[in-house]
Design a protein around this ligand. Structure first.
Ligand code: SDX
Length: 397
C-alpha cells in the first residue's frame, strides 16, 4: 500500500518493475504522468513541458522550460555523416525500418555515451534522443520522396519544427504555406504527442527497460523499442486502422467486417479497438476523439475514409459483442485518421508514435539506469515442453 494507491497482492506479483513515471487504472480509465491527469496535461501543456515532466518528475517553470528547449535545440541537428546513411536505403524502404537502423547507428557516432555510469552523460543521451528523433523521422519521409533534408530551426517549437522539416519547401516554410490547417495541425500534433508520450510498461517500453538492464547503450535500447513498437498489435495499429478502413471500403460492408471480428475462427481483429489494460474507454481516445472530429471539420480534403471511420465507430459502439467484451476505440483508432487528415503518409503513422514515445522511453531508461538496486531483467517462463528423455543414436531414431 503506497498510501494513495493500493494494489492487490496478485497485481504486485505480476508487476515487472517499480516505476514512478506513469500510473494507469484500466478499470477506471485513469492515466497519470507523474501524478498529473492526462486530461489536464493535454489541456494546459506543450509536448516539451510533458517530456520535461517525464524525465525530471515535475513540470518546469518558465526558466527551466527555456533551458530545456535550449538543450533540445542544441542537440537537434543530425551529424552530416549520419545523413549519408539514408543514401543506402532504397527510396521505398519502410520508414520504421530506416528508424530502427538510423537510431541504432547513433551509438556509432556518440562513443562518449557508451559509458553510461555518469548521470550527467545519461541525461545528455536522453535529451539528445528527444532532440534528434523528429529530425531522423522527417529525414525518413524526405528520403522517401526524394526531397532535400530540412534542418531543425531554433525559432520554431518542437511540433512546428517537425512539420517544417517534413513539409517545408525550399522557397518557404511549411507554416507560411496557404493551408488553413497549419495552426490546427500544430495544436493537434502537440496533443497527439502528449497522449502518446508514455504508457507504463507497454511492450516497447518494457523492451527498452529490458535492453537497458543489460547496460546496453541508450541508442541501441531505443532502437529495440522502435522495433517492438512496429508490431500491428502495438504501435503499428494506427497504420493498420487505415489499411483496415481501405479494405472495408464502404459503410455497407461494415456489418460483414464486424461479423469477421467476432468470429473466433477468423484471425481478423478490428484494428484500433480493444486494449490489454483499459477495460473501459481509453482516456486518451476520449480526448483525441474530439480533436479528430475538429480536424476532419477543418480538413480541406474531404475523404470518404473519414466518414467510414465515424460510421464504424458508431456501429461498433452499439454492437453487443463489443459492449460485452468492453472493446472500445483506443488511441490508435483516432490518431491514424488525424495523421491522414494532416497529410502524414500512412507508412509514417507508427513513426509519429515513436517520436512521441521516445520521451517515455528515455524517462524509463533514466529511471532504470539510475536505480542502483537495478538487476538485469530476466523474465522466467512456464515450461510446457517434454519431460527429460534420452538421446537415441541416429540409426535408431
Ligand atoms: C497500443 O500496452 C499499451 O499500453 C499499448 C498502447 C500504448 O500506448 O503503448 O496503449 C498502444 O498498443 C494500443 C492497442 C493497439 N492495438 C490494436 O488496436 C490492435 C487491435 N486490438 C487487439 O489486437 C487487442 O485488443 C489487443 C491486442 C490490443 C488486446 O488484446 P487482448 O489482451 O486479447 O484483449 P482482451 O483480453 O480485452 O480481449 C477480450 C476478448 C478476446 O476474445 P475472447 O478470448 O474473450 O473470446 O475480445 C477479443 C479477444 O479476442 N478482442 C477483439 C479485439 N480485441 C480483443 N475482438 C475483435 N477485435 C478486437 N480488436
Amino acid at each position: 500500500d503506497l498510501g494513495y494507491f493500493t494494489f492487490d497482492p496478485g497485481f504486485v506479483s505480476t508487476a515487472s518493475c517499480k516505476s514512478a513515471i506513469t500510473y494507469i487504472d484500466g478499470e477506471q480509465g485513469i492515466l497519470l504522468y507523474r501524478g498529473y491527469p492526462i486530461e489536464e496535461l493535454a489541456e494546459n501543456c506543450s509536448f516539451l513541458e510533458v517530456a520535461y515532466l517525464l524525465i525530471h518528475g515535475d513540470l518546469p517553470n518558465e526558466q527551466e522550460l527555456n533551458h530545456f528547449k535550449f538543450e533540445i535545440d542544441d542537440r537537434a541537428v543530425l551529424h552530416e555523416s549520419l545523413r549519408v546513411f539514408f543514401d543506402g536505403f532504397h527510396y521505398d524502404a519502410h520508414p520504421m525500418a530506416m528508424m530502427v537502423g538510423v537510431v541504432g547507428s547513433l551509438s556509432a557516432f556518440y562513443h562518449s555515451d557508451l559509458d553510461i555510469s555518469d548521470p550527467d552523460n545519461r541525461y545528455i543521451c536522453a535529451t539528445r534522443m528527444i532532440a534528434k528523433i523528429p529530425a531522423i523521422a522527417a529525414a525518413c519521409y524526405r528520403h522517401s520522396i526524394g526531397a532535400p533534408f530540412v534542418y531543425p530551426r531554433v525559432d520554431l517549437d518542437y511540433c512546428e519544427n517537425f512539420l517544417n522539416m517534413m513539409f517545408s519547401r525550399p522557397e518557404k516554410r511549411f507554416l507560411e504555406q496557404a493551408r488553413s490547417i497549419d495552426e490546427t495541425a500544430v495544436k493537434a500534433l502537440n496533443l497527439l504527442f502528449i497522449l502518446h508520450a508514455d504508457h507504463e510498461q507497454n511492450a516497447s517500453t518494457s523492451t527498452v527497460r529490458l535492453a537497458g538492464s543489460t547496460g546496453a547503450n541508450p541508442y541501441a535500447c531505443i532502437a529495440a523499442g522502435i522495433a517492438a513498437l512496429w508490431g500491428p498489435a502495438h504501435g503499428g495499429a494506427n497504420e493498420a486502422v487505415l489499411s483496415m478502413l481501405k479494405e472495408i471500403g464502404t459503410v455497407e460492408r461494415i456489418p460483414e467486417y464486424i461479423a469477421k471480428a467476432k468470429d473466433k475462427d477468423d484471425p481478423f481483429r478490428l484494428m484500433g479497438f480493444g486494449h490489454r489494460v483499459y477495460k473501459n474507454f481509453d482516456p486518451r481516445a476520449t480526448i483525441i476523439r474530439q480533436t479528430c472530429h475538429e480536424v476532419l471539420r477543418q480538413s480541406c480534403q474531404p475523404d470518404p475514409l473519414f466518414d467510414l471511420a465515424m460510421a464504424l465507430e458508431e456501429y461498433a459502439l452499439q454492437d453487443d459483442y463489443f459492449i460485452e467484451k468492453k472493446l472500445y476505440p483506443n488511441v490508435d483508432f483516432y490518431s491514424g485518421i488525424i495523421y491522414k487528415a494532416l497529410g502524414i503518409p500512412v507508412d509514417m503513422f507508427t513513426v509519429m508514435f515513436a517520436i512521441a514515445r521516445t520521451a517515455g522511453w528515455v524517462a524509463h531508461w533514466l529511471e532504470m539506469t539510475g536505480d542502483t538496486g537495478n538487476v538485469i531483467g530476466r523474465p522466467r517462463q512456464l515450461y510446457v515442453g517434454p519431460s527429460q528423455r534420452e538421446v537415441m543414436p541416429l540409426h535408431r531414431r
